[in-house]
Design a protein. Structure first.
Length: 75
């Protein structure tokens, strides 16, 4: 069973944790992948959170497509 983690998307094209770019949304990715379940390319330098944080306030705002796909993958 694949391992998942959450990876951040930022409001800037090449945004990353450095510089404090505003967080746009959290996406779910397979462990160490840079492409979200919804297909969005994320920066390898983006912040990550463990899968455990899904469904908690720390994971807001969360990508709706990734949420639906993640539930399907883990159902
Ligand atoms: Zn997504």
């Amino acid at each position: 069973m694949p391992v998942y983690e959450m990876r951040a998307e930022y409001d800037t094209e090449d945004g990353g944790p450095a510089g404090g770019s505003p967080l746009k949304a959290w996406h779910m990715v397979e462990d160490d992948a840079a492409t979200a379940l919804c297909g969005r390319e994320l920066s390898a330098a983006a912040a990550v959170q463990p899968e455990d944080a899904w469904g908690t306030p720390a994971a807001q705002p969360f990508c709706h497509s990734c949420g639906a796909l993640y539930l399907r993958h883990t159902a």
